[in-house]
Design a protein around this ligand. Structure first.
Ligand SMILES: Nc1nc2c(ncn2[C@@H]2O[C@H](COP(=O)(O)OP(=O)(O)OP(=O)(O)O)[C@@H](O)[C@H]2O)c(=O)[nH]1
Ligand SMILES: [Mg+2]
Ligand SMILES: [Zn+2]
Length: 287
């Protein structure tokens, strides 16, 4: 039987297969192959009674390190319209990190009851991303987001306090921990700790992730950075010089697009900052 690992507790893995959840142990053969099962893995299991053993893991399409989870198809990057204030550079870094891992990112602007952010919507739609504007508080826009999640495995990511858990509790009808709950039990702001896939009524699986406060982009070369900006990747081969860095070469198509407002200032600014940073890292590593 084949199923998906939805959570792991104390050496047991919980595998959802054929409509049931089976408590499973990993077979010794996996240890010999140095495979540690991860949440999100597609596992082959053998049953004896209502208990099971994991005998094989299907190759992983993608994986995240924090939290450790595999086979994520989509990442919903949650930003708050206000409180905490959105940070475009951070959004751009999150988008790149998802793309590097082969995960399709979309943007979800939450807390639209506090502010309208047509500016952010416009920047990211014109860059080629899907954008959902929602309010967990007012339960607005949730249906479109829910429909988008059908039949995919999706991680919700973003700064602490943007409303990931609040959105997920609406979407799953389960009560995940939110800041409101944590205030009551005084555990501080970082409420989300355990890793578990929740199955949706439309066949999707969703995963809550702990909020973070900063993020780096690494593992790619400065020269490849433009490939992770869909609106720049599109202009491949249109600059005057081959291998144009889109920083200060003459006849640069990207800069032309920028001056015509077809590429947004904030996106280009992120590109430039990251380019310089990746370039410096590389120079330093060469020594
Ligand atoms: N006004 C408003 N507040 C919201 C909305 N969604 C969530 N909040 C509030 O924002 C706070 C943080 O929400 P959480 O869902 O815990 O945020 P989180 O992203 O899961 O935070 P971490 O688990 O720390 O990463 C809570 O007090 C929520 O009630 C919204 O749409 N509008
Ligand atoms: Mg949370
Ligand atoms: Zn160029």
């Amino acid at each position: 039987m084949t199923g998906i690992i939805i959570k792991g507790i104390g050496g047991f893995y919980y595998v959802k297969a054929a409509g049931n959840i089976y408590e499973c142990k990993a077979r010794g053969i996996l240890r010999k192959q140095r495979i540690t099962p991860m949440i999100g893995d597609i596992a082959e299991i053998e049953l004896s009674g209502d208990k099971g053993s994991i005998v094989a893991i299907k190759p992983r399409k993608s994986y995240l390190v924090r939290p450790p989870v595999s086979n994520i198809d989509t990442m919903v990057l949650v930003v708050a319209a206000a409180s905490p204030e959105p940070n475009m550079f951070l959004i751009d870094k999150m988008l790149i990190n998802a793309e590097i891992r082969g995960i399709e990112p979309v943007i979800c602007i939450n807390k639209t009851d506090l502010a309208k952010r047509n500016d952010i919507e416009k920047i990211y739609i014109s860059a080629g991303y899907r954008v959902f504007s929602v309010s967990a508080e007012k339960k607005e826009g949730i249906k479109d987001l829910f429909e988008y999640l059908a039949d995919k495995t999706t991680a919700f990511a973003g700064l602490s306090g943007v409303g990931k858990s609040s959105l997920l509790s609406l979407i799953t009808d389960d009560v995940l921990e939110t800041g409101t709950v944590s205030e009551k039990i005084q555990r501080g702001r970082h409420t989300t700790r355990h890793v578990e896939l929740f199955e949706l009524k439309n066949g999707g699986f969703v995963l809550d992730t702990p909020g973070f406060s900063s993020l780096e982009v690494d593992g790619i070369k400065a020269e490849d950075l433009y490939k992770y900006f869909p609106e720049m990747a599109e202009s491949e081969g249109q600059c005057k010089f081959r291998g144009c860095s889109h920083i200060n070469e003459p006849g640069c198509f990207v800069k032309e697009q920028l001056s015509q407002g077809k590429i947004s200032e904030s996106r280009y600014e992120s590109y430039k900052q990251l380019y310089e940073k990746l370039k410096t890292v590389k120079e330093w590593e060469k020594k």
